[in-house]
Write a protein that binds this ligand. Sequence first.
Ligand SMILES: [Zn+2]
Length: 335
Amino acid sequence: MHTLNNIKNQIAKRIPSVIEKLGYLFNPFILNFITENNRVTVFYFHGIYSSDKERMLNHVDPQNNVTINEFKDFVDYFLEHNYIFIKPEDLLSDLPKDKIYGIISFDDGYFNNLLAIDLLNKYKIPAVVFVTTKNIEEHSSYWWDIIYKYRKREDKQILDIKKEQGYLKKFKYSYINEYIKKNFGMKSMCPWSEIDRPLTIDELKILSYNPLISIGNHTHNHAILINYNEDEIREELHQSNKIIINITRKVPVSHAFPNGLFNDLVLKVAKEVGFRMVFTTVQKKNILPLKSSNFLCLDRLMVRDPNIKNYGSFYRMGYNPLTLYSEIKSKISFL
Ligand SMILES: [Zn+2]
């Protein structure tokens, strides 16, 4: 029985990569028969590397793991497939029908997002940047990057690093902060380079003058809001908004949930605080017309594969191979 389970586990582990390979072959064919019109695909990124060399330095948790050249390939790929990139605010008015829409978003407020934004300026493509205001104000490293870079330096396995980060995500920021200080010291809060540092207050101010860029709320402490009570959720959102307004002189209309985690209470408070739209990390496309016109809850796809020429077909279908596998698995019990 034990061996049978082992074999099952081994097969299950390989299925996503098999789905990926099959997708490369069959998605372009399937896409001839399904419409992409009247859909909004929201893509999300974190930091962007300026080169392959930067990627190798292990200064950040490689969430998207894309270089600026790969980001350019991503933009070119979707422009070639007739995607029209819009700002989140554009969803608040009627969009022309029978078009394919995309939104590019960046989470946390990494300095190196400016590389991508320089490129987007050349294309005249808009984007939204969701900033964690505490890191911007204090110019401090993001806690998940601290864990990643220090543990990597200690030669820890990726799986163990992920486990440690996953454990901390069950707590409020105050606990995580203490944990970081205790395990890595106060000095760990200082960024190591241009790769892991947040935007400065001045850089954020200048960025907010760019008419193509919208600045969104991502809480003050990168608070995983399902771990907080109602008053604390409100405080996180208000405090962050206050700082953004102070720096940019604009009221954010959108919020992206840190780690994508939310519940009914979080949605209720976000609505009360006045956001017109919130962004999840449910890996799906959004279908137009959107359900509500005064408070939108939008799904997003994480862009993490440099091989966009093949992988892009998954995004165009509204999947990544892992979510496609979970969906198939939920329908077929033996998997
Ligand atoms: Zn985040």
